[in-house]
Design a protein around this ligand. Structure first.
Ligand SMILES: Cc1ncc(COP(=O)(O)O)c(C=O)c1O
Length: 384
């Protein structure tokens, strides 16, 4: 595709064609994989040296994701946690303080709350939906506010414009895990957030066949992260993984449209089901932060939670009756998945995490929504 610079690329165009460069790759309709460790520089200075630092195949995915997020640059990592830990470390020094939302992904909380402690970094965890709680937790040595909006179990959201404004005024950096909304449906950099991280193992990859991560932000920050955190920890994305990620991104808009349409239909079905107590999905008007979500997102993905009416044991047995859902903690792929974060937890854990007893999480895949609803209904009937 040879679009003129003056033509505005849509998100669909970016996903399909940005980075094609037919002239550079002998007209190959798909850019080839540079599956090499070293780039020799005897005859030309092309700017590449070693794949741990940079690689042209990885850069195709990075250009697409940066453009989708409306950011200046992106860097891909070997996993979402590789990206998250690098983005956090980038802002840290000994004695730093971090404010993190309570509903952030578990290993993110562990990295901040346990792993970094012996290195002199302290973290305060705050309620996820309240800007004033974030403000009250700030200290003179706060260097970073870490957000995840919506979060991936309770779908709690932060007011991104308000938090960005608060942080900017005090010279504090902001990083957000934007995995749930994807760069199609939420662009936090536009609201003044400093860095966006994604687990590319979810919707960006989309086929449950890669583990990957990405950070998007200012070109100068990304250049430093590439040479420091990524190259020194050795957490670069492998070229083959990058090529699969680019392949996944090409179909992101059509997949997300279907995930969204099916999830909304199924969430509404469950909300009206007599054997369901509560559904938590940012796309439902019953979500307590629906208005906030609608003011900062342009769409919804396919992951949500619900609480069936029944004991832990009855809900456990009900899950066993599902035919279409595989059981597992990941999400964002073509396949429907069920997970049970609210089963078998103590009252203390329930209070600390906010996860209600009996909470079940569904990742709605690309199967026919009618089939999924019939499957859920036959399993729910066992709770009677
Ligand atoms: C919200 C969220 N962020 C980050 C991650 C970490 O991504 P990865 O598994 O690619 O390291 C996950 C993984 O489940 C996640 O759910």
């Amino acid at each position: 595709m040879n679009k003129q610079d003056s033509v505005r690329w849509t998100k669909e165009d970016i996903c399909s064609h940005l980075g094609d460069e037919y002239d550079r790759y002998l007209g190959a309709i798909v850019p080839p994989i540079f599956q090499n460790s070293l780039f020799t520089r005897k005859t030309t200075d092309h700017g590449y040296v070693y794949t741990r630092v940079s690689n042209p195949t990885t850069e195709v995915a990075e250009r697409k994701i940066a453009a989708l997020e409306e950011g200046e640059a992106a860097k891909c990592f070997s996993s979402g946690m590789g990206a998250i830990s690098a983005a956090i470390m980038y802002w840290m020094s000994h004695g730093s303080h971090v404010v993190c939302v309570r509903s952030a992904y578990g290993p993110t909380r562990e990295f901040l709350g346990s792993y970094l402690k012996p290195f002199g970094v302290e973290t305060t965890f705050v309620r996820s939906g309240s800007t004033s709680d974030i403000e009250e937790a700030l200290r003179p040595n706060t260097k970073l506010i870490f957000l995840e909006s919506p979060s991936s179990h309770l779908f709690e959201m932060q007011d991104l414009r308000a938090v960005a404004e608060l942080a900017r005024a005090k010279g504090i950096a902001t990083v957000i895990d934007n995995t749930w909304a994807t760069p199609l449906y939420q662009n936090p950099l536009v609201y003044g957030i400093d860095m966006v991280v994604h687990s590319a193992s979810k919707y960006l990859g989309g086929h449950s066949d890669i583990i990957g991560g990405v950070i998007v932000g200012k070109a100068a920050d990304m250049e430093k992260i590439m040479h420091r955190e990524r190259a020194l920890f050795g957490s670069n994305m492998d070229p083959h993984q990058s090529w699969l990620l680019t392949r996944g991104i090409r179909t992101l808009p059509v997949r997300m449209r279907q995930h969204q349409e099916s999830a909304l239909q199924i969430a509404l079905f469950l909300e009206q089901h007599p054997l369901v107590e509560r559904v938590i999905y940012p796309g439902l008007t019953s979500h307590p932060q629906y208005e906030l979500g609608a003011s900062q997102m342009t769409g919804y993905s396919g992951l949500f939670s619900f609480v069936p009416r029944g004991s832990d044991q009855a809900i456990h047995d009900m899950i066993g009756k599902l035919r279409f859902f595989e059981f597992g903690p990941s999400w964002g792929g073509f396949e429907s998945l069920v997970n049970a974060p609210g089963l078998g937890i103590s009252d203390e854990v329930s209070r600390a995490t906010g996860i209600p007893h009996g909470l079940i999480r569904l990742s709605i895949g690309l199967e026919q929504p009618q089939t999924i609803m019939e499957d859920l209904d036959q399993a729910l009937q066992t709770l009677k």
